[in-house]
Design a binder for this molecule. Structure first.
Ligand code: PYC
Length: 317
C-alpha cells in the first residue's frame, strides 16, 4: 500500500489539495521540466489524487517541490482531473494558507516557483493572501466564434497564467441557479474555439472559457463564470481568469494602474484585483482567502480496481 500526505483547503469555494509527502521523485531541473516528467512518467498519480473516488472534477492538486532558486520558499506543480495547469490563482492562495498552517512561512512576502514563472505571495496578518501573478496580457480582441445553437460569440483571448477566451455575452444571468445552462454554453464555446483552431499568441491551447458581466446581486461588482479544462466550473472567481480580465480592462482603458477591481465568482465569493503596468501587459495582484478543510493520508491499495482514479474526460481529445 502506498501513502501520500495531503492537506485540503478551499479558496472562495474552490478546492486545493497540497501534496506534501509520498509522491515519486521527479528529479531536478526547472518546474516546467519536472511538470513534463510528471505528465510523461507519473500521470496516473495525478488522477489517483485529483479524480474520484479520492478527489472530484473540481479538485486542483498542488504538488510541492523544492525550488531551483533558493530565494523561493517553495516550488509547485498544479494539476487537475484532466491534466496540468500553468498557474492557478485559487490554488496558490490555498497552498500559501497550507504552508502557513504548517509553520513553513510567516506573514510577509514570499516567492514561489511555478512552471510558468516565479509568483510572489503575501500572507497578510488577517489570513488573507495576495498573489503577484505572472505578467498577463490580452493577445487578441474582438475574436468572433460561430457557436452552434448560440450564434456569433465575440470575446478576447488573454493570458493570466492560463489561456482564456473571455466574453461578456451570456444567454442567462450569471447566477448559480443557471449553472447547467452556463456550463452547456461555455462547453459549446470551447468546442467552437477548438474547431476554429484559435489559440494563444504563443500557440498555447485556450482551455478556460470565461463569461464576465455585472453581478446580478446589485453589489455593483463584476461576476464571472469560468469553465475549467475538465468540464467543471470554477467555484472561485479564478485567480488566473481575474488576471486575464485585468489585462483586458487595462488594454481597453477601463481600469487604471492601482485601481481596485472586485471580481465575484459564480458563488458570489470575491477576489480583489489591482495591477501595475508590465512590459507587455499587466502585473496583477489578486487577493483572496482560503480555509483548511482536511488533513489526510491518501491510501493507494494495489488491488483496488480504481487505485489510479476514475479518469476525467477532457473537452478535447
Ligand atoms: O484560480 O487560477 C485559478 C484557477 C484555475 C483553474 C481553477 N482555478
Amino acid at each position: 500500500m502506498h501513502r501520500l500526505t495531503v492537506i485540503d483547503s478551499h479558496t472562495a469555494g474552490e478546492p486545493t489539495r497540497v501534496v506534501l509527502d509520498g509522491f515519486p521523485d521527479l528529479g531536478g531541473g526547472s518546474l516546467a521540466q519536472r511538470r513534463e516528467r510528471f505528465r510523461e512518467d507519473f500521470d496516473p498519480w495525478r488522477s489517483a489524487i485529483a479524480c474520484e473516488p479520492r478527489g472530484s472534477d473540481t479538485m486542483v492538486g498542488a504538488l510541492l517541490q523544492a525550488p531551483v532558486d533558493p530565494a523561493c520558499a517553495a516550488g509547485v506543480i498544479f494539476f487537475n482531473n484532466v491534466g496540468y495547469l500553468g498557474m492557478c490563482g485559487h490554488g496558490m492562495i490555498g497552498m500559501t494558507r497550507t504552508l502557513a498552517h504548517l509553520g513553513r512561512i510567516v506573514p510577509g512576502e514570499h516567492l514561489i516557483e511555478t512552471p510558468v514563472g516565479v509568483v510572489g505571495v503575501e500572507l497578510h496578518a488577517d489570513g488573507r493572501v495576495s498573489i503577484d501573478n505572472v505578467e498577463s496580457h490580452r493577445a487578441r480582441t474582438g475574436v468572433a466564434v460561430e457557436v452552434p445553437d448560440y450564434g456569433t460569440v465575440v470575446g478576447d483571448v488573454a493570458w493570466g497564467g492560463n489561456w482564456f477566451f473571455i466574453t461578456s455575452q451570456s444567454p442567462v444571468p450569471l447566477s448559480l441557479a443557471h449553472e447547467p445552462a452556463l456550463t452547456a454554453y461555455t462547453k459549446a464555446i470551447q468546442r467552437a474555439i477548438d474547431a476554429a483552431g484559435i489559440g494563444g499568441d504563443d500557440g498555447g491551447v485556450i482551455d478556460h472559457i470565461e463569461i464576465n458581466g455585472a453581478a446580478p446581486d446589485g453589489a455593483g461588482q463584476a461576476r464571472n463564470f469560468v469553465l475549467c479544462p475538465g468540464g467543471a466550473y470554477d467555484r472561485s472567481p479564478c485567480g488566473t481568469g481575474t488576471s486575464a480580465k485585468l489585462a483586458c480592462l487595462a488594454a481597453d482603458g477601463m481600469l487604471g494602474e492601482g485601481e481596485r477591481w472586485v471580481q465575484q465568482g459564480i458563488l458570489g465569493s470575491a477576489f480583489e484585483g489591482t495591477y501595475r503596468k508590465g512590459d507587455r501587459g499587466v502585473l496583477p495582484r489578486i487577493t483572496g482567502q482560503a480555509w483548511l478543510t482536511g488533513s489526510a493520508e491518501i491510501l493507494l491499495e494495489p488491488d483496488d480496481p480504481f487505485v489510479w482514479g476514475i479518469r476525467g474526460v477532457a473537452l478535447r481529445p
